[in-house]
Design a binder for this molecule. Sequence first.
Ligand SMILES: Cc1cc2nc3c(=O)[nH]c(=O)nc-3n(C[C@H](O)[C@H](O)[C@H](O)COP(=O)(O)O)c2cc1C
Ligand code: SF4
Length: 431
Amino acid sequence: MPLTPVLTKRWLTPSSWTLDTYEKLEGYQALRKALSMHPDEIIQVIKDSGLRGRGGAGFPTGMKWGFIPQGDARPHYLVVNADEGEPGTCRDAPLMMADPHALIEGIVIAAYAVRCTEAFIYLRGELVHALRRMEGAIAEAYQAGYLGRDILGSGVNLSLVMHTGAGAYICGEETALLDSLEGYRGQPRLKPPFPATHGLYSAPTVVNNVGTLACVPPIILGGADWWKQMGPERSPGTSIFSLSGRVTRPGQYEAPMGTTLRELLEMAGGIREGHELKFWTPGGSSTPMFTAEHLDVPLDFDSVAAAGSMNGTSALMIFDDSDCVVRATLKWTEFYEHESCGKCTPCREGTYWMVQILERLEDGEGTDEDLATLLDTCDNILGRAFCALGDGATSPITSSIKYFRDEYIAHRTSGGCPFGGSRIAALAGAH
Ligand SMILES: Cc1cc2nc3c(=O)[nH]c(=O)nc-3n(C[C@H](O)[C@H](O)[C@H](O)COP(=O)(O)O)c2cc1C
Ligand code: SF4
């Protein structure tokens, strides 16, 4: 399966981030075309294209835009989710760095379609380089008449504001993001009502991922049928797969949805020499891990779900036979414990307990009962937590026990981690 650069096609061009380069390479042509269309026509094209959100859940984008009530005399908002906190995920920041105008063009088209005149990009504060890059591009777009009042003489207005968060994983959850954007502590809201009717400042709001919006200009230019030629029928288009970990050439690989890890590894030079694939995540740490037996699972929303995991953010973290699955699971669970917002008991207390148990197991001091308690705790979080962060925290644990129970037991029988490198010694060394 060849690389299919659609979103990444400008990335290697010198000064790809400038307006000059963007305009020379089809930039803002989709916006001109969109402004000659009726907003409802644009929503229909996006519906027909079958585009599904790239933020994790894979919700149909055209349908989401269609939920925004019209003629309601309320302001409408478009909020871009650029928080990108899911472990292993690294495609929104590269996109903003290499091709910021692609995102801006997608935003202007989406805002026009849902009749919104104010849009925000919510970016995690650590990404200062992406903030500067986006701010530079936004200034260029205002100057050239692609943003602001009377865009390209169409009578359409749009203001676009960058907002930086303080760096919390929960602020990627769309309703926590909206609270944070309004100036409150970022914690999820009870749904319903959904953002489509009661979002930012309680007004109808579309929240879309960076990658989702960057797909919009090529779809408008190429048409829904062209987009649907790539990938499977129910997950059309391309995806940027982020390969990290034990691969020869880690990085971003854009390929049609439904490409398999085996095919991606061929492009990435395979697992590092002398080692074999052991386990991997198909879409970030919140998605149940896969093993070598899943090398041929098509990486699209439905096929990954059918194989027992989730496509998530196409963040493939790859581990080989030198890696300890218990330690990886402990590290991920420490992340969830740290990032739990504390609003609900199952996640706040459960992640804390699970870290303690995993520490014991990794140190070879766990018992059989510990494994049962871990699974029981997961059972009491999954589906009972207030938001999907809690559900995600159970994924590495349940899937690692499913595929590698023997390795958990080997920690106890060998009195410590069979892969060496005591966790306690590492901690002591750090102080
Ligand atoms: C804990 C948590 C973190 C999330 N982080 C992100 C994120 O960083 N970026 C993102 O686009 N979506 C994130 N999401 C998903 C968003 O809630 C939402 O579904 C998404 O922004 C919708 O955009 P899309 O329809 O374009 O995919 C997160 C969800 C949860 C539960
Ligand atoms: S599951 Fe509960 S505690 Fe965990 S992040 Fe969501 S709301 Fe906060």
